[in-house]
Design a protein around this ligand. Structure first.
Ligand code: SF4
Length: 484
């Protein structure tokens, strides 16, 4: 029984609850339950969610929350900025559904300063122009549109939510074009919530000018939703907040090292000091300061939502790619970026095997704009990954023959070969694609270039600067040969 309870609690924690944070709204959408006579008592009884109670909700739910009012617009909660501030940096997906009108510049500047990459703003704009105000009574279309663009330019996920009515159904195709031009995701809603202005349940004086759309845009019940356009940044955000999609739609590095690690995974300051004594002041790394700065997804790369994938080269691999033992300016991906004159995105993960590189490659293929070129620096044939239940961001544990817990039963070498063959099907002959390995056995088995050690990094294990330069030169030459 306790196992069932535990399982139930676990399942609850991965839900994203919808919070009606208050009873406040300044708009008068005719189909809203605020306009029903029967809702007036409920509105009177309601109150503003207090911060200390919100904290409990936020702490309890692992993957995020939704602010989508039934009788309120969340941004009109008097402390809504504080609630956003509390969510900031929690690495949870926060959805805010709002009309988005009527707030000051200062309010938006602060609101958008929180949760970049974590928050998705859903704006209720039912039309491509001021006709939207026919439903969103009391709103200002121009104001809302500017707020959507402001959020987009600051790196937020912006979703344009468009209910289809008689007055806007002929503009659905144009809306899709605009969404593509503006880089907004566009969610259409077919509704059948009630088009009878004289119904007795409506409050008197409701300004009801809506007409039904064509049958194809009407829902059989209350509403159905369909996407007119989905941006890469939105798809990425959706991956953050869905347990089942973690590892499926989001690139996860999981270099478990914090934002500014100073030492390699398996080295220490003590070891470095010993090496210094032995190698003396002529050693390249004698006075080298190395900091490992990782983005929120655990990659030594910019935040993923800021990347112009279509104009970048992506390099996948293990700690050699990540650049263990080297400052950022000396690693192969940084040097390659200078050589090619275009962004090079480092998706290296310390300790990882070929399987993880291929999973991330598949996620890249399916969920992001395809890059200019893909480079695979294959790891050892014998490594493999297993998901780490304790890691909330969907991290993995990596196993190799020398590590405790390695399972020798399966033939990892054969499995990894299959992964590689699949990866080649994804990319090869479609864009410049280059493969190599620093592991001689891997290079031989996969019949790819072997990028050997010419020198060693600060940890005396991984590539040093000269090896990184040679690797970058080889990669650049091969990509250019393929027309990059
Ligand atoms: S903005 Fe939302 S809560 Fe306010 S009237 Fe419209 S539908 Fe109702």
């Amino acid at each position: 029984m306790s196992r069932i309870t535990d399982e139930y609690v676990k399942m609850q924690k991965i839900c994203r609850p919808n919070i009606d944070a208050s009873h406040r709204c300044i708009f008068r959408c005719p189909q809203c339950i605020r306009q029903k006579i029967s809702s007036q008592e409920q509105i009177k009884r309601s109150f503003d969610l207090e911060e200390h109670n919100f904290k409990k909700i936020l702490d309890y739910y692992d993957y995020g929350i939704t602010f989508c009012g039934q009788i309120s617009d969340p941004i009109y909660h008097p402390k809504f900025l504080n609630l956003l501030k509390m969510c900031n940096g929690e690495k949870k997906a926060v959805r805010i559904a709002t009309v988005g009108s009527g707030k000051s510049n200062a309010w938006w500047d602060e609101a958008y300063s929180y949760g970049v990459g974590e928050n998705a703003w859903y704006f209720g704009v039912d039309g491509i122009d001021k006709k939207s105000e026919l439903y969103r009574i009391g709103s200002n279309f121009d104001d809302v549109w500017e707020r959507m663009k402001q959020g987009r330019d600051l790196g937020h996920v912006i979703v344009w939510q468009y209910i289809i009515f008689g007055y806007n159904e002929h503009e659905v195709d144009r809306a899709i074009e605009i969404a593509r031009e503006e880089n907004f995701s566009l969610l259409f809603i077919n509704t059948n919530r009630g088009f009878e202005p004289k119904t007795v349940s409506l409050r008197p004086n409701v300004d009801f000018k809506l007409t039904k759309p064509d049958k194809k845009y009407q829902a059989e019940r209350l509403k159905t939703e369909w996407w007119g356009h989905g941006t890469a940044i939105f798809k990425h955000w959706r991956g953050v907040g869905t347990k089942n999609s973690i590892g499926n739609t989001m690139l996860i590095g999981g270099n478990r090292v914090g934002p500014n690690r100073l030492w390699e995974q398996e080295s220490s300051e003590k070891e470095f000091k010993r090496n210094k004594r032995e190698l003396g002041p002529d050693w390249y790394y004698y006075n080298k300061k190395i900091k490992y700065k990782f983005n929120s997804n655990g990659f030594r790369a910019p935040e993923l939502h800021t990347i112009d994938w279509a104009n970048s080269v992506v390099v996948l691999g293990d700690s050699y790619t990540m650049g263990d033992g080297n400052p950022i300016e000396d690693i192969a991906t940084s040097l390659l970026q200078d050589m090619l004159g275009m962004p090079v995105i480092n998706l290296g993960i310390s300790g990882t095997g070929i399987d993880r590189s291929c999973w991330n490659s598949l996620i890249l293929h399916e969920g992001y704009q395809h890059p200019r070129a893909v480079v695979q620096l294959w790891s050892s044939m014998h490594r493999y990954a297993e998901s780490d239940e304790e890691n909330k961001l969907g991290g993995y544990k990596h196993y190799s023959p020398s590590r405790k817990g390695f399972c020798p039963k399966h033939n990892w070498s054969e499995r990894n070969k299959m992964y590689v063959l699949a990866d080649r099907v994804l990319w090869k002959d479609k864009l410049p694609y280059y493969e190599a390995s620093v592991f001689d056995v891997t290079a031989e088995e996969l019949e790819v270039d072997y990028l050997s050690h010419l020198d060693l990094g600060r940890d005396l294990k991984h590539w040093g600067r000269e090896s990184n330069i040679a690797a970058a030169e080889t990669i650049a030459t091969n990509l250019k040969k393929q027309g990059l």
